[in-house]
Ligand binder design. Sequence first.
Ligand code: DAH
Length: 346
Amino acid sequence: MKKELEERGKEALKGIAGAQTPEELYEVHVKYLGRKGIVTLMMQGISKLPQNDRAEAGKLFNKSKKSLEEAYAEREEMLKAESVKRALNERWVDVTLSGRQYEVGHIHPISQVQQEVEKIFSEMGFSVMDGPEVESEYYNFDGLNILQNHPARDMQDTFFIDQEPTKKDGHLVLRTQTSPVQLRTMEKYGAPARVIVPGRVFRNEATDASHEHTFDQVEGLLIDKDISLAHLKGVMQEFLTRLFKRETKVRFRPGYFPFVEPGVELDMSCMICNEQGCRVCKQTGWLEFMGAGMVHPNVLKAGGVDSQKYQGWAFGFGLTRLVMMRYGIDDIRLLSSGDVRFLKQF
Ligand code: DAH
């Protein structure tokens, strides 16, 4: 019995010392020290010994068990420490490295120019209005004197929302222009009014370098007593001069838009060649800038404004085009591409 105990003890010690992982060590524990381990089973054998031998065997047994348990605990501690060390080595951290720099985003070029436009018009006493991008056919077309058979209402130009039309408002559409906000402004604030409306508009077009299905416009509306196109000329000349930070001239040409009468196209003097004629202005010295005109009496009426007492003008220009002109961008699609390499340049 004594001899066997010694032998088993040695065996167990060897097992403990040889265990390379906590799992291996645990197996040794189960085999020798666990509830059904060899050592435990031997202890049960003590009761079968003659009375006289029992005390000595018990002592021996306890001593042996204690030393095994101590060896076990020690080895366990060591393996744990080793595994921590290994993990630290695997996930080595250089605490002297400087931190990783996060890239800070910046304002999109369209928003940058929009902010400038808003600032200049605000300084001239205009408020900035907003309107819905999903608009009713009434506000986008009928209320603006655009008749039912106008080609702009064609399925090919306008995105229609797939929903039953209502009698009053017609279909829902993605607004094709910011002009509907003229009506919303008049309905909400009446006359006099002096607002600009920057906003996103949508057209169902094939895209190419100069056409996008989504782009930005800025609408303008001024209604008061004794207003003429001379005021528009003055306001736009001042606006463009401040925006381009150089003396800029404007001129009118006749133009047609259903919601104005008379309608005009406004050109600005080419800031690249100073009216000398260049590639950008196609040798004319002038760049087409926007559509405008005196607000049509039908539109004033639809907006609830008394056209006998008040009149005014409206304009609409492409903010996206203005950005392209300003920075010499030759492909409109770049602006909505989300390509950081492009955007980083502004
Ligand atoms: N809404 C027109 C367009 O998208 C632009 C425009 C022309 C707006 C004349 C106006 C205007 O307010 O008077 O092409």
